[in-house]
Structure formats: structure tokens, C-alpha cells
Design a protein around this ligand. Structure first.
Ligand SMILES: Nc1ncnc2c1ncn2[C@@H]1O[C@H](COP(=O)(O)OP(=O)(O)OP(=O)(O)O)[C@@H](O)[C@H]1O
Ligand SMILES: [Mg+2]
Length: 381
């Protein structure tokens, strides 16, 4: 299976998985590879490593995709037929944009954005990143400027946090606490309307902060937006279950991320969300056949001497052990996930933080299974 086949007819590709497995790297490589085939692709990255951000020209922080200068790909072995657009998610700003879209008029919007309580709340909500990632995805999809959107997902300890982010925000708004606050005669109107005003006015005089004003504006203006939030959450859920959306899980071949990937896969299935396949990243490729350490030492000793060839043989044996362990894990993964589309990407010698690194990863993504197997055989990581 090639990445092109996996993404055939898809408009949205979401790369999920445990922390540190290569989600951001895979997202960037996938987007670049699909753009190279002639599509207009946008990748939304979340906290990319600084050097990768620089390689993609992501210094601009305006929360909109920017065209990656096509000349950046010159001389790197990839012919860019389409357009790669890239952005780094700014969660706080995305949340402000949601308010901007939902507010009926500029006055309401400005009131909310300037409100101290909103600022605290939005920083807290944005801090979770999951909600804002989906909000941004939804917005870009709605604007419809791109053939394909590739979404990197936040490094959450629990990959599943991502799936119910829209619901969690809605639950917060529908939650009892807020309802009690907002309903007529509820807490909000009480503190605004009664003797508590004295406390607030003293506070205001002492601190200069008009908390009462902040509170009442917050509840009055945000109250009007709740239905809009719910509606957007519904739309976001629709987008996550749309047949033109696909989830690619990314994992390393270690036990824990693989367990989590399997768990995530089950959740996707239960929620009837479209699963595309799994990328097993940083695989230790087996190489050199099954030569025993003695044979290796014998072959190398004339050139390297006894001590060094012994070391090489030991490193070789260790690498082979890792390669075997990885293959066992992959067999388990295939069984548990009922034979998914699976793409193995080897552990490269260094970090992937430039165009060359992405091109290298992308070679494995665009290969079909037989080509990839041949490439992995030839890899010395
Ligand atoms: N195939 C690979 N070979 C070598 N290094 C790799 C490979 N894939 C990713 N890396 C490196 O591993 C590190 C983690 O990758 P990346 O940032 O893509 O993971 P992530 O899943 O996005 O992490 P986080 O959960 O923190 O967002 C990076 O330094 C990256 O350059
Ligand atoms: Mg990342």
C-alpha cells in the first residue's frame, strides 16, 4: 500500500498516536509527498521542532497556512508538482477566531476578546490544544481552499483525548455549573444584581479591576454563543466521521505506543471513525542476513583488527535483536488490528529536521509494499 493509495479520495488526513513517535514528522512528510504529486496540500503542525519549522519556513506565526517556497525543494530529489502550505497551530489565536466567527457583531466579539474572564478561560481551553486543532481543521475544511488537509495532533499522554475534544467543550457549556450560573435568577444574575455589588466596588477601587463588569459581560456575551459552540462541535464531529476523512495512526515499534495504537484503533472503530492505516516509524531494519557473530568477526578481523571487529560484531548482534523484536511487535500489531494497511519507516541515522530528512521518510511512504520491503532490506540504520 502506498500513501497515495491510502489517501485516494480523502480531503482530510489526521495523524494520531502516542507522544514522540513521529506524528509531526509523518504529517510533514505526507503533506510534502502528496503536494509533490500535484495537489494543493496544507499541513497543520503542532509544536514542530524548531529546525523542522525553519526548514518549512514556518517562522511566520499568523495562524494561517503559508505557501512553502517551492525552491526549497530544489536539489533534494523531489519534484514539487503541486503546492505545500504549512502552518503552526496557535491555540489561543484559534480560539479567538472561533469567537470571531460565532459573535453576532464586532462589538460582541471585541467585548468578549477583551474580557479578562474570557482570556483566562480561553487560555485554559486552548492549553489543551485538542479542541483548537479540530477547530482549525474544521475552519480550513469549510473554506475549501485545499485538496488535502493533513493534521498533526498534540502530544497528549492519551491519544484518545483528541477524539472527544469537541464533546468535552460542549459538555462544559452544557454542564450544570455553567447552567446554574447562567440561568435567569441564577448565580450570575444574583451577584450582578444584589448587595455583593458592594464587595466588587470595593475591589474595583482597591485593585482597579472591575470584576463585576467583567463577569456580567462575560456571561451575557458568551451566553449568546453557546448554541453556536454546540453546533460547531456537531460539525466537527461530522468532519471526524466523514468518509473523506481518514485517521492514520503513527507508532514506534515499542510495546507501549503499540498498545496505545491498538487501543486507539478500537476506539476509532467503536466511534465509527474512518481508519486508514498505520505507520510504524523508527523500525530497526534487519540487514546482513543471519550471519553469526563469529562469522562477522572472521570477515572483519583482517581489516579492523580483533578488538574493533569484536565491537562491530556485538553492535551487529544487538541491532539484529532490536530488528527481531520490532518484527515481533509488528506481527502482533497486524493481528490485533485485523491486517491493517501498514507502512514501515526505518529509524534514520539522525533526527528528521530538514527537507532531506522528509524526502527520505517520504520515499518509504510512496513505495508499495514490495518496493518498501526491498528498501528496508537495504537499510542500515
Ligand atoms: N524515522 C525516523 N528516524 C529518525 N528520527 C526520527 C524519525 N522519525 C522521527 N524522528 C525524530 O524523532 C523525534 C520525534 O519526532 P516527532 O516530533 O515527529 O514526534 P511527535 O510524535 O510529533 O512528538 P510529540 O508527541 O512530542 O509531538 C524528532 O526529533 C524527529 O526528528
Ligand atoms: Mg509533534
Amino acid at each position: 500500500m502506498t500513501i497515495g493509495e491510502l489517501l485516494e479520495g480523502k480531503r482530510v488526513c489526521i495523524c494520531g498516536g502516542s507522544g514522540g513517535v513521529g506524528k509531526t514528522t509523518a504529517s510533514a512528510a505526507i503533506a510534502m509527498g502528496m503536494a509533490a504529486t500535484g495537489l494543493k496540500v496544507a499541513v497543520v503542525t503542532i509544536d514542530p521542532a524548531r529546525r523542522l519549522a525553519e526548514a518549512l519556513g514556518l517562522e511566520e506565526l499568523d495562524n494561517e497556512p503559508r505557501l512553502v517556497d517551492p525552491s526549497r525543494f530544489d536539489g533534494h530529489g523531489v519534484e514539487m508538482k503541486g503546492e505545500l502550505w504549512a502552518m503552526m497551530l496557535d491555540p489561543k489565536r484559534t480560539f479567538d477566531e472561533v469567537i470571531d466567527h460565532l459573535a453576532e457583531d464586532d462589538k460582541t466579539r471585541d467585548e468578549i476578546l477583551a474580557n479578562r474572564i474570557y482570556q483566562e478561560l480561553s487560555t485554559a481551553v486552548a492549553g489543551s490544544q485538542e479542541y483548537t486543532a479540530i477547530a482549525k481543521l474544521y475552519e480550513l475544511d469549510r473554506e475549501g481552499d485545499f485538496d488535502l488537509l493533513v493534521l498533526d495532533t498534540p502530544p497528549s499522554r492519551n491519544a484518545l483525548d483528541f477524539l472527544d475534544a469537541p464533546d468535552r467543550l460542549t459538555q462544559f457549556f452544557e454542564g450544570r455549573a455553567l447552567q446554574v450560573f447562567l440561568r435567569p435568577g441564577g448565580f450570575a444574575t444574583k451577584i450582578v444584581g444584589r448587595g455583593t455589588g458592594v464587595v466588587f466596588s470595593v475591589l474595583k477601587r482597591v485593585t482597579g479591576v472591575d470584576l463585576l463588569q467583567d463577569l456580567s459581560v462575560f456571561f451575557r456575551s458568551l451566553g449568546g454563543l453557546i448554541d453556536g459552540f454546540k453546533e460547531r462541535a456537531d460539525h466537527a464531529n461530522e468532519l471526524l466521521t466523514d468518509p473523506a476523512t481518514t485517521f492514520l495512526l503513527v507508532t514506534s515499534p515499542e510495546r507501549e505506543p503499540v498498545d496505545e495504537a491498538i487501543f486507539f484503533w478500537r476506539k476509532l472503530r467503536d466511534a465509527q471513525m474512518p481508519f486508514g492505516g498505520i505507520i510504524v516509524n523508527r523500525v530497526h531494519a534487519a540487514f546482513g542476513g543471519d550471519a553469526s557473530p563469529e562469522v562477522v568477526v572472521e570477515a572483519l578481523e583482517p581489516k579492523l583488527g580483533k578488538k574493533l571487529s569484536g565491537k562491530v560484531a556485538a553492535a551487529f548482534a544487538e541491532h539484529r535483536m532490536l530488528a527481531e523484536r520490532d518484527q515481533e511487535t509488528i506481527v502482533r500489531l497486524r493481528e490485533e488490528m485485523e491486517q491493517p494497511a501498514l507502512i514501515e519507516v526505518p529509524a534514520l541515522a539522525g533526527d528528521v529536521h530538514d527537507i532531506d530528512g522528509l524526502v527520505e521518510i517520504h520515499r518509504y511512504l510512496i513505495a508499495d509494499d514490495a518496493e518498501r520491503a526491498a528498501m528496508l532490506d537495504a537499510t542500515i540504520a
